[in-house]
Design a binder for this molecule. Structure first.
Ligand code: ATP
Length: 205
């Protein structure tokens, strides 16, 4: 897969994930942050297939990236980024932010968007202490995941995060995959183009 260089100006949200597959919760979170922080763009950055931890992604990076493209196609401010797919090795947010800074230039302001569950674990991420210097951190509420910056130690990378409660949609990619393996309809939890692609490619069965 070859890298597609993105151009953007102003305030740019960086929303990284496995997106296995992208679901309505992801899209609603990005829309809420776009609106509440008045961002100019949100990049959906898809992780690579190189996974050193438990639970590797089920669908290939190419399929996951294509589903993100389908889901964001109708929103002018949303763009899929393959910056983590074209880089060799595992995906680490610190590398994502460095590469995007290089692609987009010094003028843009980066906003790292993370769900409350991910924000809470940021202290275990690679070069966690450098993340705050590369982007403003935005934590978004997720049903069942409490998040309060004042309960975090000062050294925690998300302790200075901006909190956006967001739409609180109780959907996960795990739920979508579970529905598919149980042959339940997914049209209320993923975009219709994504549902069609999953069916055509017979993914997650
Ligand atoms: P899985 O169920 O496979 O773990 P997921 O639904 O959590 O997947 P990811 O691609 O791992 O999706 O998530 C990317 C980012 O989106 C993470 O920061 C995660 O916290 C956030 N996120 C995902 N779903 C929601 C949701 N419903 N509400 C808020 N944040 C979410």
């Amino acid at each position: 897969m070859s890298s597609s260089r993105i151009t953007a100006k102003g305030k740019v949200g960086v929303f990284g994930g496995t997106f296995d597959p992208i679901h309505n919760g992801h899209v609603a979170v990005a829309r809420a942050v776009l609106e509440s922080l008045d961002l100019d763009r949100v990049l959906f950055v898809v992780t690579s297939d190189q996974w050193l931890r438990d639970n590797p992604p089920v669908a290939s990076a190419a399929d996951r990236f294509h589903m993100v493209e389908l889901a964001v196609d109708n929103v002018l401010e949303f763009t899929a980024s393959d910056v983590d797919i074209v880089r060799e090795g595992s995906t680490y947010t610190v590398d994502t932010l460095r590469d995007l800074r290089e692609q987009l230039g010094d003028e843009v302001e980066l906003y790292l968007i993370v769900g409350a569950d991910s924000a809470a674990s940021m202290n275990r991420w690679k070069d966690a202490d450098q993340i705050g210097g590369l982007a403003k951190i935005v934590a978004v509420g997720r049903p069942g995941q409490s998040f309060a910056t004042d309960s975090l130690d000062e050294s925690h990378p998300a302790s200075g995060a901006e909190y956006v409660e967001g739409p609180m949609i109780d959907v996960s990619a795990t739920l979508v995959r579970g529905f598919l393996s149980d042959e339940l309809p997914i049209d209320e939890i993923v975009a219709s183009e994504v549902a069609k692609y999953i069916e055509q490619r017979n993914l997650y069965r």
